[in-house]
Design a protein around this ligand. Structure first.
Ligand code: SF4
Length: 314
């Protein structure tokens, strides 16, 4: 069968791959608290937002604390911004925390504190893109929908096309392949699972996260090694088309922004601001420091006081 690129995609193996992955998922999936129907849809959404650009193992303690403190959208909507930014801790990209709170406010006010159950309505929420909307539809609501993230693209491209996936945004061909190989619910040979598309999405993503890694895939431990075109063909160009080279962190604005936020999060009891002198001690390059303080202010993550001290927003 041809895929939309004209490649000879061996998607006739899709059913066998689905069965192998479902068995593997059942035996080996990491036991995370937002999986296996134990979390509310809101909890699933929080886990997805936290997991973007952050490893799931790092997310776990933050998710547990967050959900205990703000178990639903209404609780998060009413929280002080400073508490939300502080609780985000070292998850990185802290704007996500404020977007999640904006999302919570809309869910609480417009949807009676329940996440809407359609892709379009989810996509319209603040901070929610295609991936998160699809993931929530699949993982939280059990709907049959192709979820497409970097890990899934890499696995599908390797297994069915025998090539590395291209960098950048998902191409129409990659989305078409994801839809083509998505199992029909209720017809999988693996009858233990009644939602085979959900298991498929989760297991392909999990395979990409812990087995079929970008640089060093563990093919010898892979449940679909006998079906993988990429392995059969000698793993051509392994790692060459990685989505992005790993960004260095040392010396970047991200590091400086993190230092400023960290100083604010760790203020002694009773203090609410970091004064200018203390800020300057955090980073020697004061031009870069000022740029980062300005961008944090622009992002709504801090407030600059008239004496040039900074504090978390209230
Ligand atoms: S056999 Fe190797 S390349 Fe193929 S899916 Fe498994 S880990 Fe990835």
């Amino acid at each position: 069968m041809n895929d939309t690129n004209g490649n000879n995609a061996e998607i006739e193996n899709a059913e066998a791959v689905a069965v192998a992955l479902a068995e593997w998922w059942h035996a080996s999936a990491r036991d995370l608290p937002w999986r296996f129907g134990r979390a509310t849809p809101w909890g699933v959404l929080v886990s997805e937002v936290m997991s973007q650009q952050t490893q799931m193992s790092r997310v776990l303690p933050y998710w547990n604390d967050w959900m205990e403190r703000w178990p639903d959208a209404a609780a998060l909507a009413g929280a002080a911004k400073s508490d939300v930014i502080t609780a985000w801790g070292r998850l990185g990209y802290p704007r996500r925390a404020l977007r999640l709170q904006e999302c919570a406010r809309v869910v609480a006010s417009d949807y009676g504190n329940e996440l809407p159950r359609t892709y379009d309505k989810l996509l319209a929420l603040p901070g929610i893109g295609d991936y998160t909307a699809s993931a929530v539809m699949s993982f939280a609501f059990g709907e049959r929908i192709a979820v497409v993230d970097t890990n899934i693209r890499r696995v599908l491209s390797r297994v069915f096309l025998g090539v590395e996936s291209l960098g950048g945004a998902a191409s129409p061909a990659e989305r078409a392949l994801a839809r083509q190989v998505l199992p029909q619910d209720g017809v999988s040979k693996c009858r233990r699972f009644d939602r085979s598309s959900v298991v498929w999405n989760q297991s392909v993503m999990e395979l990409g996260a812990i087995v079929c890694a970008a640089k060093s895939p563990l093919c010898e431990a892979c449940p679909v090694s006998s079906l993988c075109v990429f392995l059969r063909d000698g793993r051509p160009g392994l790692g060459e088309r990685r989505t992005r080279p790993r960004q260095r962190f040392q010396g970047t604005d991200r590091q400086v922004r993190g230092l400023v936020l960290n100083a604010l999060r760790n203020l002694p009891e009773g203090e609410i601001a970091v004064d200018r002198k203390s800020l300057e001690r955090l980073w020697n390059d004061h031009i870069q420091l000022d740029r980062c303080i300005a961008s944090l202010d622009e992002d709504g993550l801090i407030e600059i006081l008239p004496n040039a001290a900074v504090r978390l927003p209230v």
